[in-house]
Every structure is written in structure tokens, then in C-alpha cells.
Design a protein. Sequence first.
Lengths: 155, 187
Amino acid sequence: MTQDFISDGEELYRNVRRDDEADEYFPDPTTGRVIITSQAFLDKPQNEPSVDRAKLKNFEPQKSLLKENNGVVSLIAGEVRQIGDVKSEEPKGSHIDHAVDVIHDPKPENDAHSKIVVEPNYFYSDKKGKAFRLLRKALARLATKRGWTLEPKGS
Amino acid sequence: MLLEKPWGRFQENTESTSDSVVIEEVPTSSNGMIVPSLNEANSTRAEAPKLLQREQLYKTWQQDIYPFLLDAFKEKLQRIGEREKNWDNKGSKNPSDLVLSKAHITLENFLYSVVNSGRLWITPFVSTDEDGHITIQWNSGQHELHIEISEEGAEYIKIWGINIEHEMHLGILKRKEFINLWDWLNQ
């Protein structure tokens, strides 16, 4: 069980609950496409949404299901990092800081386990206090763009 | 379906709202939503049939559409109000009566402003978050509009990309900005 760097091109799986009252997705009333909500990325108390590295699940999304009738969405590590790209000005010029990152965090029961972390202090004042909420909204947007990797049964 | 006649409140709102919107044309939409003009002061005899049509359309809005949309909100907020603590098995709080009441007023005012201006209404997704705030979400093309209602007040978040710093904007929700937010959403 070793921890290694997750490259920008890696696919990540996230379980999305099927329960009607979980509010983790809904159909767009005008287009009918599925919209994933920020509730789907709520992981308390750490505020670090868990994902699985697809390649360590042999690209079988059903292995990331927490319940049989749930669904799975995919994220791309590089896109997740772009959520927190912040331009910093320094005397020698500007550079890009990554306020959001994906870190491999293997567990005994799940070698593919990883977590998405955010550093609120990179953001300006009105966003610092809401960094976790905004991160989840951005993750939901990314997941919505890609749609289901594995559709919930009976949805 | 006509549980509530909004006419009294409508008049009240119209009279008390200094920035109320005047509509020159009678817009129709593919989803059947029709909103009549409220500006009848300059009408002439030649416009009488048009005026009659407007009155009829206005009645439709007054008696059917507006109460129907209000009822949908009420039903959803009632269901949300029945949630208990840890409703999502993630430790989230349930909304207080005060938050529910504020959400009802905010949604009603937002609906009134949008529909009364002749714009098309999009049904929002209404839920609660981990702190028991009411969350309202609209998606339209690349734009997302979120409203979060707490006991302290209401905030909006405009989202047009994934970057937190450059593609999201936060603000305090004010009634006079409803139409601007709606127009941005539908750009």
C-alpha cells in the first residue's frame, strides 16, 4: 500500500447515491439531462471529498459503488486541480498556485482511495469562508459535464 | 389547485414596488407560460381587442399559473420542512422554521419578479445543505445561479466555470437584483 502522485490525466470515480431524498442529482427541467449537485460531494467532517483512482479499480466503476443501486461519476485529476488555480503576483513575476489538489490516500480496505483537498487561504476574502462549498459546486459542475459513468439502477 | 388568490398580494406588491417592470408586448412561450402586460394606461379604442386579450391572459396568469407555481414551491418546502437532523446520513442539519419561512418569501418574490416582467420561469431545484440552509439552484446553458437562504439572510452565487477565483461570483441577494440575475442566468 504505497502513496504515489496522481497525474493530471487520471480518471477518478465518485459514488453518487440513488436515494430520492439524498438530493445528489436531479433531472434538468428543461433539457432532461442529469445534473449532479454539490450534495454529492459532501464528506463530513473533513471536507475532503473521497474519490477512487480508476486505474486502481481496473477501470471498473462498479467497484466504487457504496450501494448496488447507486451511480458513479468520473472526474479528471487535472480538471479538479484547475478549480483552485490562483494566479499569485511576486516581485519576479506571477505564477499559478494550486489551491485544490487530489492526493492518493490509500486505505487498508481500498487501495484506490484518494481525497480532494482545498486550501482556503489562497482565495480572496469573500471566498475563503466558502471555499469548501465552492469546491463542491465546482466538482458537481465537472461531474455534470461528463454525465454518468455508471448510471444508478432504476433511475 | 386555486388554494390562494394572489390578486391582493399582487396589487400590494405592484403598488409598493418602485422598480416594477412594465411590459409592452404579450410574450408567449413554448411551455405555455404567458404573461400579460400591466401597462394599460396608454391604450386606445383601437387596441380594445388587444386589451381584452391581455385581460384574459392576465386572468390566466392570476388564477392558474401563478398559484400553480406557488403551490409547487409550497409542496417542496413542506417536504423539506419534514426533514430531520442528519436527513442525508451525512450529519446535515435540518432547516429551522425561520429559514423555511424566509425561503418561502424569497422564492415567492423571485417568482413574482420574473414572471411579472414577462420572462420565462424555469423550475429550480430546491434542497437544503449541511447547515440547514435552503438552497435553490437553476442551470441554464453554461450558467448556474444558486441562492442560499439562512436565518441571517440570502446570498447568491453565479457560476460560469469551475475556477473558484475567476468563474464564480458571490453576493448578497437583494430584490432589486432579481431581474439582473435572471437575465444573466439566461444569457
